[in-house]
Ligand binder design. Structure first.
Ligand code: TRP
Length: 489
């Protein structure tokens, strides 16, 4: 980005080139979502069929929506709230469209709060790997090491704080050259390391079982909640639905092709997720771990895999350093829209708002950090029901030690707020904006391709998201009945 502000350049500056945008957007998309979340969610949701639905969501909902977000951002040139406001005015719509921008701010706020906690785990693992804490471990020990970290309140809070500080410092300094350089170096390195792990997994792990688990769909196991999870994961992994990509689009020079950059980002992100899955599952099966291991999957499997090879300790350090960087380049994009909005609104220095907003997010993040130790249900219950327990009376069944707050924030954002944001963005771009404006921004030469995109955004995406929502909250049978259609679905 350079900061020369003329009439036609946005207030926050522009990326220096098309490549810079692609790198920054890829940096935003590729992160914990691909390497930490994709494998464990795919595992929890039964593998093959889930992966297929995920891919379907990525290409039929994610790709068109990414184009929509970028075109809105570039045409608006400001933070999502202001871009909505400006574009609504241009298209003769009401100012209430701005609310979608505000919802995006709230969504980014919540996601970053728990994202930072997991980013902190990656940092803690760098330290543990450096002190050679993983040499010659078995599956049980790998699990115990993660358990010990998560149970250590002070450690988890410390690493969460450090992660937030780094994110704040970078955003305060302005999302600039540093980001470009970092992404150019680290994403390919991470990619190579994952490929290396896949190859090693093919030799030393149960590769065949991993491939069949990930790519043989068994539709009999699919439920509506799997479908909702797949869609939520697609939004999360592609950074869509809250305006992060819209924000980066605001820095995109006019002459770059939006379809091209979107396709590049979507394909890179998807490849990294699939390769992460292929890197991890051979070891999951070879060591008899549980595919539904939940949030700990990568943190247990990867140390285990590396602990078996010579030079593994070094590779392990490299792996977690790269994971940490991938997480930071994503975290930046979660904070940036809010900070940009506050800078526009308050007309004050970037550093003040970055610190203030960052601190608030850090505070909210404590809830997630503590939900693995002091505040998990078992601990809370131990406090509240200590007397009963001491008297030998039964304590409520819910005291099972679940980390519900972390889970709640995760599900609320991925499965509700992001798809809802995406739905509204699709409606705005498909129904409200003039199609000659969207056409002008996308500059797709082939008419049928533009039409395809347009109808996807205008009808198919809102319909698909709406349908999945209705199904998930169990309203669909009720509505069908209302229209006398019961039994036909
Ligand atoms: N996509 C990132 C990941 O996969 C996380 C992320 C960054 C994100 N910015 C976002 C998710 C905006 C949703 C919305 O790790």
């Amino acid at each position: 980005m350079n900061n020369t502000t003329t009439d036609s350049t946005p207030v926050h500056g522009l990326w220096s080139s098309k490549l810079a945008f692609v790198l920054a957007a890829t940096g935003s998309a590729v992160g914990l979502g691909n390497i930490w979340k994709f494998p464990y969610v795919a595992g929890e949701n039964g593998g093959g069929a889930f992966v297929l639905i995920y891919l379907l969501c990525v290409f039929s909902i994610g790709l068109p929506l990414m184009m929509a977000e970028i075109l809105m951002g570039r045409r608006g040139g400001l933070s999502p709230v202001r871009s909505f406001s400006k574009l609504a005015r241009e298209a003769g719509g009401g100012q209430w469209w701005r609310l979608i921008g505000f919802m995006g701010i709230l969504t980014g706020f919540i996601i970053l709060s728990f994202y930072s906690v997991v980013g902190g785990w990656a940092m803690a693992y760098v330290k543990m790997a450096l002190s050679n804490g993983f040499s010659d471990i078995d599956g049980e020990q790998a699990g115990a090491l993660l358990g010990a970290l998560l149970g250590d309140r002070d450690a988890v809070v410390f690493w969460h704080s450090l992660f937030m500080v780094i994110t704040i410092v970078i955003v305060a300094a302005g999302v600039k050259a540093g980001l470009e350089r970092a992404v150019k170096l680290f994403i390919p390195a991470l990619f190579m390391l994952l490929i290396g792990l896949v190859i090693y997994g093919a030799i030393a792990g149960d590769f065949e079982r991993a491939v069949s688990f990930l790519f043989t769909p068994d539709f009999s196991k699919i439920t509506i909640s799997n479908v909702l999870n797949a869609m939520g994961l697609a939004f999360f992994s592609l950074s869509l639905g809250m305006g992060a990509i819209m924000m980066y689009g605001a820095y995109l020079p006019k002459n770059t092709s939006i379809p091209f950059v979107s396709l590049t980002v979507v394909i890179s992100d998807t490849l990294v997720a699939l390769i992460a899955g292929l890197a991890i599952f051979p070891f999951v099966f070879a060591h008899g771990l549980d595919a539904g291991e939940s949030v700990g999957l990568v943190f247990v499997t990867v140390p285990l895999a590396f602990s078996q090879v010579t030079g593994g300790a070094v590779l392990l350090v490299v792996f977690f350093v790269l994971l940490m960087f991938a997480a930071i380049t994503s975290a930046i994009s979660l904070l940036e829209p809010t900070v940009a909005w506050a800078v526009e609104k308050l007309n004050t220095r970037r550093i003040y708002v970055a610190v203030a907003i960052g601190l608030a997010i850090w505070g909210l993040g404590l809830l997630s950090a503590l939900s693995f130790n002091s505040m998990n249900e078992a601990s809370l219950c131990a406090g509240f029901f200590a007397e009963q327990a001491a008297a030998g009376k039964a304590v409520p069944e819910m005291c099972d030690g679940a980390n519900d707050l972390f889970d709640f924030f995760d599900k609320l954002t991925s499965n509700v707020m992001l798809p809802l944001g995406g739905l509204m963005i699709a409606l705005f771009v498909g129904m409200r904006m003039y199609w000659r404006h969207t056409r002008e921004e996308l500059a797709i030469k082939r008419v049928w391709l533009f039409r395809l995109w347009f109808y996807m955004v205008r009808y198919v995406i809102p319909f698909a998201i709406g349908l999945i929502f209705l199904n998930a909250i169990g309203l669909l049978p009720w509505i069908l009945e209302l229209f006398g259609l019961a039994g036909t679905a």
